[in-house]
Design a protein. Structure first.
Length: 126
């Protein structure tokens, strides 16, 4: 947990100091989102709040640099993790609009379809 905190502190200082271009700031927010996301996976007790913080960080990254496909991809992964499949699909589609040759984006889109289908099948069995 200490490594996540160090990374978050570094990224927050960079954001607060507003050093760099808008692209740089978007990158810092993206990194903050990644820290929150990965921290939530390792610490499930705090998962819900950390996912919200990750989404807010990705929202900021996208506002600052809406052409960066990675921001949409990362935000899509958070939505997939919290089972918001519609938003996950929308974000993966947006990532693909910006960068349609990245196999990770297609894999994520397929994973979203698979996970959503399994969720629906589970509900129908109950």
């Amino acid at each position: 947990m200490e490594q996540f905190e160090k990374a978050m502190t570094t990224e927050q200082v960079l954001v607060d100091d507003k050093k760099g271009s808008l692209e740089d700031l978007a990158f810092y927010y993206n990194n903050m989102g990644l820290c929150h996301y990965h921290k939530s996976v390792k610490h499930p007790d705090f998962s819900e709040q950390l996912m919200v913080e990750a989404l807010l960080a990705y929202d900021n990254a996208i506002k600052l640099n809406p052409e960066n496909a990675i921001h949409f991809f990362n935000r899509g992964n958070v939505f997939l993790n919290i089972k918001n499949y519609e938003s996950a699909h929308q974000n993966f589609d947006k990532a693909l609009e910006h960068e349609n040759t990245n196999p990770k984006f297609y894999h994520a889109k397929g994973l979203a379809f698979q996970t959503e289908s399994e969720s629906i099948a589970d509900k129908e069995r109950k």
